[in-house]
Design a protein around this ligand. Structure first.
Ligand code: UT7
Length: 323
């Protein structure tokens, strides 16, 4: 018998304030047309003053618990993927734990920027198959609006705030590709590229800093690496690109999403796309897309999914799972 980490519930939360592209036109030399044409983004949500990443994460966690029909104390571990935790420490995950009134288990954050949710899912899978935890709440939550340079039109129009959550549960599988749950993963990083996407501040440099990005370079790496990591993860599972029912990509740019689908030989009607409504929410974008994909009736039980993401580091990877 094989233990599989199977999705038991999913949920998301978006801050109330919706900011259309047109709002940037007043303060920046930009336009709705440019933003839509170059990125596919039409609007994004921004957290209210005083609303933190752990607040967003807690809302998403509650939605996932309700979807799963579970209580907080049914969970053994919480992993929050984020680069924008409320405080230097403790982790956003322990804050969510306290907010949920969960008095047992353990909680920690994972930081792999936009690839964070893929890394967190892989960690959760390892905890479940090594019997450290039966149920893991995996959250991607970000408030990237806090690290935007509002004078930099090449970055500040691209990002948004939000959170998504999945509950993974240990279930018996047969050990083949018909099993529900996580079937394989592929993780990578290459710190030689750290200067093309980074925040120019941090604790050890005693400043908060702003996000800086060489968009064209990151774009080039994304096009090259995302289809490759998805293909590798599928190969590890014993599957082919054509077996995929849904690509659930990191939502950074519609042109990257289209380019990856094309390289994988899959049509866009097999891709969950939310970038137009959320912008790039970094580690939150995949669980947000999963939750929206389920709510729209796109993702159904037993569908084969591949998630893929790339971000600062560079760090990138993919997870193959049967819903
Ligand atoms: O989640 C982490 C991963 N991040 C990503 O995957 C993002 C990857 N990169 C991208 O999505 C794209 O590179 C961008 C959307 C950031 C930019 O698109 P691009 O087609 O690569 O445009 P570009 O950077 O080459 O800029 C083209 C022009 C430039 O003007 P010049 O030098 O050609 O005169 C920019 O200054 O567009 C200008 N530009 C803008 N114009 C209007 C840059 N930002 C804006 C803007 N509005 N907001």
């Amino acid at each position: 018998m094989t233990i599989r980490a199977v999705v038991r519930g999913v949920g998301h939360y978006l801050p109330e304030r919706v900011v259309p592209n047109s709002e940037f036109e007043a303060s920046l030399d930009t336009s709705d047309e440019w933003i839509k044409a170059r990125s596919g983004i039409e609007r994004r949500h921004f957290a209210a003053e005083g609303e933190t990443t752990s607040d967003l994460a807690t809302h998403a966690a509650r939605a996932a618990l309700a979807h799963a029909g579970l209580q907080a104390d049914d969970i053994d571990a919480i992993i929050v993927a984020t680069s924008t935790a409320d405080l230097t420490f403790p982790s956003a995950a322990t804050m969510v734990q306290a907010n949920l009134g969960m008095t047992r288990g353990f909680a920690f954050d994972v930081q792999a920027v936009c690839a964070g949710f893929v890394f967190a899912l892989t960690n959760a899978n390892a905890l479940i198959i090594s019997r450290q935890a039966q149920r893991v709440l995996v959250i991607g939550a970000e408030t990237f609006s806090r690290i935007m340079d509002w004078q930099d039109r090449s970055t500040c129009v691209l990002f948004g705030d939000g959170a998504g959550a999945l509950i993974l549960e240990a279930q018996q599988g047969q050990g083949d590709v018909s099993d529900r749950g996580i079937l394989a993963a592929d993780l990578n990083s290459d710190g030689r590229h750290r200067d093309i996407l980074y925040v120019d501040g941090g604790i050890s440099t005693q400043s908060t800093g702003f996000l800086r990005m060489e968009g064209k370079e990151v774009f080039r790496h994304a096009i090259e690496k995302l289809a490759a990591t998805a293909h590798t993860a599928l190969e590890k599972a014993g599957l082919k690109d054509s077996d995929v029912d849904w690509i659930v990509p990191h939502q950074a740019n519609i042109r990257i999403i289209q380019g990856t689908a094309k390289k994988m030989g899959l049509p866009m009607d097999r891709v969950v796309v939310t970038v137009q409504d959320h912008g790039n929410t970094s580690a939150a974008s995949i669980p947000l897309a999963l939750s929206v994909g389920v709510a729209r009736g796109q993702i159904k039980p037993n569908d084969l999914l591949v998630t893929e993401a790339i971000g600062g580091g560079l760090a990138w990877g993919a997870v193959v799972l049967r819903w």
